[in-house]
Ligand binder design. Structure first.
Ligand SMILES: [Zn+2]
Length: 161
């Protein structure tokens, strides 16, 4: 599948940046929708989260770091809200389940067999469950890290005043 120049430019932008301003984002969404490639927009978006920089208030898409760490170059790092982090983990769990089920279907096809409905569902459920356990562990760690970051932030503020 060949990418259009807009898709390539957008993917490139997402790979090279940790922050994409809202107006750049809107522009790409408009152009990709116009050429019928809005799916690309969503696909690349899986690694980003819409947020506002707590320091300067710049709105846009921030690349998700480990444990939901976000970074606005020049302003610094912060952690995304645990509820949203859990949501991200959950949707990526479902995606993993789908990937595993799809992989098995492709495998069955290569061997000239058809994947049974039950097998597909089982792969999906187990793949998702397995990833969900991992997601729960990560979310707990993230909550702790987020709380520590919050506490030290308010302590820092208290010391300054
Ligand atoms: Zn900022």
């Amino acid at each position: 599948m060949a990418f259009t120049s807009t898709e390539r430019a957008f993917i490139d932008l997402c790979q090279k940046n940790v922050f994409i301003p809202q107006d750049t984002l809107d522009e790409f969404e408009r152009r990709l929708t116009a050429e019928g490639n809005r799916d690309t927009f969503r696909y690349v978006f899986e690694d980003f989260d819409l947020d506002t920089c707590p320091k300067c208030g710049a709105a846009g898409a921030y690349k998700l770091g480990f444990l939901g760490r976000l970074n606005h170059p020049g302003c610094g790092l912060w952690y995304m809200n645990t509820g949203r982090y859990a949501g991200h983990q959950f949707s990526s769990s479902v995606r993993t389940g789908m990937d595993i089920a799809a992989e098995d279907a492709a495998d069955a096809e290569r061997k000239g067999k058809k994947q049974g409905c039950i097998a597909g569902a089982a792969y999906f459920v187990f793949g998702t469950l397995f990833r969900l356990i991992w997601a729960a562990v990560l979310t707990l760690i993230q909550l702790v890290v987020w709380l520590i970051a919050k506490t030290s932030e308010s302590r820092g503020r208290a010391e300054k005043t």
